[in-house]
Ligand binder design. Structure first.
Ligand code: AP5
Ligand code: ZN
Length: 213
């Protein structure tokens, strides 16, 4: 099964993708994670994208399509979860072509709906484990007081360079301008499902499971 998790920054795409990886043996393909890895390892591409990401703008279609193309060559296990990709109509067309080349298709596009006010507090309160990537939130799921990740027992608390109000404003503008047209694009293809992303994490999990099963 191949699915897209579509939604604005902070909608909970990464949180829900991790759960699907654990429970359905799916593979999470997060272009944001791939780009951050490139940035941290100091590759040429990483240097090019670092400033763009910190400002909250979109990286070029060529770069992200190239990253996804590489990953589709690998093991597909229980299927792919596209998290944060596609983000433009050009990327959506490219994904359709890449999947068709492999004899694959999309089974669902899940739009996670969350209003902007909630997004601000989710993003400014977010942190992750440096070791396993577990996602935390200062209010709803605080980093443990013993300073060890509850998932892997190690790591340290990490915050993203673009998780501030100024970058978030730009990320939201990019989302509404360039990514939200994908809602109509997939609706017209009969592939779009919507879930309320404002509920508790477990409630959102259940809503996604209802779409997939
Ligand atoms: P990316 O890494 O994809 O970031 P994003 O889309 O902005 O999404 P986030 O990771 O911020 O949010 P999320 O929806 O995963 O939320 P999460 O689960 O963490 O992209 C970063 C940058 O890379 C882009 O700005 C761009 O520059 C570049 N980029 C990436 N892909 C690209 C592409 N395809 N094309 C071009 N450029 C690209 O949750 C957020 C917080 O909320 C957490 O603290 C979590 O604990 C909490 N939370 C989650 N669910 C709930 C809930 N139900 N209730 C309460 N709290 C919750
Ligand atoms: Zn951890």
């Amino acid at each position: 099964m191949n699915i897209i998790l579509l939604g604005p920054p902070g909608a909970g795409k990464g949180t829900q993708a991790r759960h699907l990886v654990d429970t359905r043996n799916m593979i999470q393909l997060s272009t944001g994670d791939m780009l951050r890895e490139a940035k941290d390892s100091g590759t040429e591409m990483g240097k090019i994208v670092a400033d763009v990401m910190a400002r909250g703008e979109l990286v070029t279609d060529e770069i992200v399509i190239g990253l996804i193309r590489e990953k589709l060559e690998g093991d597909k296990a229980g299927g792919f979860i596209f998290d944060g990709f596609p983000r433009t109509l050009g990327q959506a067309d490219a994904l359709a072509e890449l999947l068709a080349e492999k004899g694959e298709s999309l089974d669902a596009v899940i739009e996670m709906q969350v209003d902007d006010d909630a997004l601000v507090s989710r993003i400014t309160g977010r942190s992750t484990c440096s070791n396993c990537g577990e996602v935390y939130h200062d209010e709803t799921k605080p980093w443990p007081a013993d300073n060890k990740c509850s998932n892997c027992g190690g790591g340290s608390q990490k915050r993203r360079a673009d998780d501030n109000e100024e970058s978030l404003k730009q990320r939201l503008m990019e989302y509404y301008k360039k990514t939200s047209p994908l809602i109509g694009y997939y609706y017209a293809k009969g592939q779009l499902s919507r879930v309320d992303g404002l509920g508790e994490i477990n409630a959102v999990r259940a809503a996604i499971a209802a779409v997939l099963d």
